[in-house]
Write a protein that binds this ligand. Structure first.
Ligand code: ATP
Ligand code: MG
Length: 258
């Protein structure tokens, strides 16, 4: 089967800055892919291209083997590609259920107007959260009052409410407490069980080695290395982030693990 999403020869220039240079990328149906790299390696830029927020300066995107061009996140969303941003994941001061359906509420359309069916939206939101094992007091709770982990979970729920095929998460655990990190990682595993592909950017080796099927490293805007997870180890992946290639000895691995 063709990859779910593929990118060929992607470059992105911001004025004189080359954020990405000739990057090739693919993610398979239902795969959890970890993307690693140092600060400024181009991870977020690549994901913003895959989710339609940035247009690449060069290169091509293929969705299920068909060439596609995204001029906005709306175009990517139509194909089932959703991105969860770390910091501005949710609109504050709004109930959970409205956040989940923001702009796509169930209701009756009258020309440009939609009369939102609030009871139905509440019910659908509660069912969806249940399916993902996300526990909140009530879907009427204001998202501003949620913990960081709950907020991240609701953002993921929103990204998966509309038959997503691919959910891209940029550092979903960076700002979370240990207990909340575990919940987000469990959520990623449950998405995979539902056949949804996930790309997770993370600096935390625990995240990568807990839930990924494959890991790829970018280095200074280029492809550096990639491997199925069982064929690599933390020490090697940490090496890739720093721009070192080749297998490391068990001794060095032990030393790094403390
Ligand atoms: N909108 C922009 N305008 C100009 N330069 C940008 C823009 N976005 C990213 N860059 C530059 O592109 C390069 C890659 O940035 P990017 O945010 O993709 O890195 P990253 O791998 O996500 O890093 P981090 O781990 O710090 O999030 C950096 O040099 C950055 O300064
Ligand atoms: Mg980034």
């Amino acid at each position: 089967m063709a990859p779910l999403l593929e990118a060929k020869g992607i470059s992105k220039f911001f004025g004189a800055i080359t954020a990405l240079h000739d990057v090739n990328f693919h993610v398979e149906h239902g795969e959890v892919l970890g993307v690693v790299g140092d600060n400024g390696a181009g991870k977020s830029t690549l994901m913003k291209i895959l989710s339609g927020l940035f247009v690449p300066s060069e290169g091509d995107l293929l969705f299920e083997d068909r060439p596609v061009k995204f001029s906005s996140p709306k175009d990517a969303r139509k194909l089932g590609i959703e991105m969860v941003y770390q910091d501005f994941a949710l609109a504050g001061n709004m109930p959970i259920y409205e956040n989940i359906y923001l702009g796509r509420e169930p209701g009756t359309r009258f020309g440009p107007l939609t009369i939102v069916d609030h009871p139905k939206a509440r019910r659908m939101a509660a069912d969806h959260l249940d399916r993902l094992h996300i526990h909140v007091k009530s879907v009427d709770q204001n998202t501003e009052d949620l913990s960081g982990g709950q907020r991240q979970a609701v953002a993921i729920a929103r990204a998966t409410a509309f038959q997503a095929k691919l959910v891209i998460m940029d550092e979903p655990t960076a700002a979370l407490a240990v207990k909340e990190v575990g919940k987000v990682l469990e959520l990623i595993k449950s998405l995979r069980e539902h056949g949804v592909a996930v790309i997770i950017i993370s600096h935390r080796m625990d995240d990568i080695f807990y839930c990924c099927d494959r890991v790829m490293a970018l280095y200074q805007g280029t492809n550096f290395a990639e491997s199925p997870l069982p064929a690599t180890n933390r020490n090697e992946v940490i090496g890739w982030i720093m721009g070192h290639k080749g297998h490391t000895t068990g001794l060095a691995h032990d030393r790094l693990q403390g």
